[in-house]
Design a binder for this molecule. Structure first.
Ligand SMILES: Cc1ncc(COP(=O)(O)OP(=O)(O)O)c(N)n1
Ligand SMILES: Cc1nc(C(=O)O)sc1CCOP(=O)(O)O
Length: 446
């Protein structure tokens, strides 16, 4: 029995690795599905343009499909760039022999504007491929082409989805709403005679390969046995995260980040383990005299580009407090439980991305002097110098303070302190690449 599920992509290659089979394979991997490929066309492509297209002979495309289906087996498949009518016919003729679910991303034009489907091949796509589709995933412009309607609103998208399904015989159609105006990306699914909407806030980020990755995510989840509506729900979350966390590479449309889906949970687990261990060691050190009145927190952030808000920073719930002659963490390590220190580390990471951990300790002149004697670099900020517009903005003081202290220092400061204000205790923050490095600096002071 085969334990791993398999998904096949019948699509073109994007040498920039942002769209096409490259995006599909990364997406399959993110869902733990073994990816198979039938390459239709090789494109020379980057984030700005497509500079060459070399189509694979139709019989070779068909043979790639046959080879993997008959040996390995396919649990679900998708099509992407099919390029020309001959490839379309060869794919249809081959795929119709098998009974796996087929997701059709009717790729027509690259984000950079280059045509990826010959004008005279649109009819072949409608005639031969769409009737075989479990789901068709057009964006606004593809849906306009397939339905012959102008789509400006969600209501138009609903009518277009129904029209495409009824006219082509596709079992379901989802018209994606990323190109419609409004603050939400609303995708409209027409399936079994009913409509369902999938919405997510439109996020700033990287969009090259969104269509490929979204349809690949649906395919992977169909391969894993999810129902169509649930598979789309997971894919919507996946693509929203991938856009928001895309790596800023190239000079044009940067690509979606498919690995965020698995990298973030894996990083979170590593952070939880490392920080929990460091907190335990800090308790063992019993540094009672280092604990300020408000308590100590000890934080560790996700790396960039995943560190976006305080929810992405782990800390100690309830902080670390004095307990007789010892110190004790009140609660466990969790994400989103630190406010002050999380803001501090996020601000620091804007200058020094590798420095993702910090602890706050009681301020005293002696501690600052000791730190300097031990060779640690020290800087500070003065809350009385805080501009009024920063003061009025919720949560802006600490980022402003860290930025001020970093810019004041000649070299990267290990420690930043402030002398407090009315109702605000003075504080020292010690930064390090990871909790272990922070603890080493605490030991130097001890
Ligand atoms: C080889 C290849 N296939 C598909 C595309 C389309 O990708 P993109 O331009 O990012 O558009 P969406 O997939 O996001 O709708 C491509 N560029 N290259
Ligand atoms: C209350 C407080 N103020 C700090 C400062 O640097 O001014 S550090 C600190 C304690 C840690 O807070 P949290 O648990 O919100 O990270």
């Amino acid at each position: 029995m085969r334990l791993v599920k398999t998904a096949l992509t019948i699509a073109g290659s994007d040498s920039g690795g942002g769209a096409g089979i490259e995006a599909d394979l990364k997406t399959f991997t993110a869902f733990g599905v073994h990816g198979l490929v039938a390459i239709t066309s090789v494109t020379a492509q980057n984030t700005t343009s497509v500079t060459a297209i070399h189509d694979i002979p139709p019989e070779v495309v068909a043979e790639q499909i046959r080879a993997v289906v008959e040996d390995i087996g396919v649990d679900a498949a998708k099509t992407g760039m099919l390029s020309n009518a001959e490839i379309i016919k060869a794919v249809a003729k081959t795929v119709e022999k098998y009974d796996f679910p087929l997701v059709v991303d009717p790729v027509m034009i690259a984000k950079s504007g280059a045509p990826l489907l010959r004008e005279d091949a649109v009819d072949a796509l409608v005639k031969y491929i769409l009737p075989l589709a479990t789901l068709v995933t057009p964006n606004r412009f593809e849906a306009e082409k397939l339905s012959g309607m102008e789509i400006k609103t969600v209501e138009d998208a609903r009518r277009a989805a129904k029209k495409i399904a009824e006219e082509t015989g596709a079992k379901a159609v989802i018209v994606k709403g990323g190109h419609l105006s409004g603050e939400y990306a609303i995708d409209v699914l027409y399936h079994n005679g009913t409509f369902k909407e999938y919405r997510a806030p439109k996020v700033e980020g990287c969009t090259h390969g969104t269509g490929c990755s979204f349809s690949a995510a649906i395919t992977a989840n169909l391969a894993k046995g999810l129902g169509l509506e649930d598979a789309i729900g997971v894919a919507k979350k996946f693509i929203t995260l991938g856009i928001a966390t895309g790596h800023r590479i190239g000079h044009g449309h940067c690509p979606v980040n498919q690995s965020a889906w698995i990298e973030i949970p894996a990083e979170k687990w590593r952070i939880y383990k490392e920080l929990s261990e460091a907190v335990r060691k800090f308790e063992e050190m019993s540094p009672v005299h280092l604990i300020p009145e408000v308590g100590t927190n000890f934080v560790y952030s996700l790396p960039l580009p995943y560190a976006r808000t305080i929810e992405d920073v782990a800390g100690v719930k309830g902080r670390i407090v004095k307990y007789g002659n010892s110190v004790k963490a009140v609660g466990p390590v969790e994400f989103g439980v630190s406010d002050h220190l999380a803001r501090a580390v996020l601000a620091y990471m804007r200058f020094y991305p590798e420095y993702r951990s910090a602890i706050n300790v009681r301020y005293s002149e002696e501690i600052v002097e000791l730190a300097k004697e031990q060779g640690l670099k020290v800087s500070f900020y003065d809350r009385r110098e805080e501009p009024i517009e920063v003061k009025e903005k919720e949560g802006a003081t600490i980022p402003w303070g860290i930025e001020t202290a970093v810019k004041r220092a000649k070299n990267r400061p290990d420690i930043i302190y402030h002398l407090g204000d009315i109702g605000k205790e003075p504080m020292i923050i010690i930064f390090g690449k990871n909790p272990r490095e922070v603890l080493e600096k605490v030991r130097l002071i001890l």
